[in-house]
Design a protein around this ligand. Structure first.
Ligand SMILES: Nc1ncnc2c1ncn2[C@@H]1O[C@H](COP(=O)(O)OP(=O)(O)OP(=O)(O)O)[C@@H](O)[C@H]1O
Length: 306
């Protein structure tokens, strides 16, 4: 989708922010914005400045110049206006070891008794029912991470900032988190997410901001960045010829290869989901698959090292 086609409300505006510590410049002329429903990936190598940007937005760090506004309200570091619209998980969640997960929920939502339907929905979606009533000192790394994500999502934030949310999550939990983020985004919630797991990020984000040495080196819509059309899914299934027929009937371009796999040209970011669903509905098993061509990882490496 082209930027001009989107007429949505701007939730976050970061305008030309700069931050130095001593002589070292941590952020230089950073500008970007986030609209409602956007899922923006903030990506870059270690030490690029991702956490510094997130902390600046959250007033946890004071910038030297520039402006940040949330839902039209300027962040000025001495007032809470605007900040209540944001939920965040930065680095590790700070949790009280002798309280249960549910105690945390009640405390952060100021509810003594009934927890809201929306909160229960998030607890279920993140599969936290089994441990939400246990004391946090008994939680594993992944459980603590889910707790941090849950806290970030409490009280219906308009913008959710997640710094490496997949840290410590197992593959099933990653899928749960991904589905939850996508469903909340459909309801208008915006996300700014940093992650080094680019294959995971690639599935959910619609835009990326690539940062290196405290500077933005690329701001793109994912579809543009990946120049879809140069991306392929390579598949081996229980019935390749039937799969190819089904896919061709759905206007996917396929080419066979001698190693028993076939290649499908991806049309947009929903293509993989559509392909898997089509095969699943026709009882065709996927034996092996991998992506080739442009990926978020190859685009990031190209942006940084070319
Ligand atoms: N308080 C500070 N004083 C001096 N330098 C700092 C401070 N905080 C961060 N830095 C430096 O700022 C740069 C950006 O750090 P930041 O944590 O924002 O990077 P990042 O992109 O989040 O990295 P990672 O992917 O490793 O988490 C790094 O070079 C870091 O050493």
């Amino acid at each position: 989708m082209k930027e001009s086609e989107i007429i949505l409300k701007t939730i976050l505006e970061v305008n030309n922010i700069n931050k130095k510590v001593g002589k070292k410049s941590l952020l230089s002329n950073i500008s970007f914005s986030i609209n409602s429903s956007d899922i923006v990936g903030l990506i870059g190598p270690n030490g690029a400045g991702k956490t510094t940007i997130m902390k600046s937005i959250l007033s946890l760090l004071k910038i030297d110049s520039g402006e940040i506004s949330i839902n039209g309200q300027n962040i000025n570091y001495t007032s809470h206006h605007g900040l209540h619209e944001i939920g965040a998980l930065i680095e590790n969640p700070s949790l009280y070891p002798y309280l249960t997960g549910m105690d945390h929920v009640r405390m952060y939502t100021h509810k003594r008794k009934n927890v809201s339907k929306e909160t229960m929905h998030i607890i279920n979606e993140l599969n936290m029912g089994k441990f939400i009533n246990l004391k946090v000192k008994k939680y594993s790394l992944g459980m603590k991470q889910k707790m941090g994500i849950l806290i970030a999502l409490l009280n219906n934030p308009k913008l959710v900032i997640l710094d490496e949310p997949m840290n410590g999550l197992d593959p099933k939990s990653n899928v749960e988190l991904r589905n939850l983020i996508l469903s909340l985004s459909k309801k208008g919630v915006s996300f700014l997410i940093s992650s080094h797991i680019l294959s995971e990020l690639e599935i959910i984000v619609n835009r990326v901001v690539i940062i290196n040495h405290g500077k933005i080196i690329n701001k793109s819509y994912v579809n543009d960045l990946l120049s879809i059309g140069n991306t392929y899914l390579n598949l081996k299934t229980s019935n390749n010829s039937k799969s190819i027929l089904l896919l061709n009937n759905k206007d996917f371009k396929t080419t066979t290869s001698e190693d028993g796999t076939f290649q499908i040209k991806l049309i947009d970011k929903h293509s993989i989901e559509q392909i898997f669903q089509l095969l699943y509905r026709n009882n065709i098993k996927i034996i092996d698959f991998y992506k080739s061509g442009s990926t978020l990882e190859s685009s990031l490496l190209k942006a940084i090292y070319n």
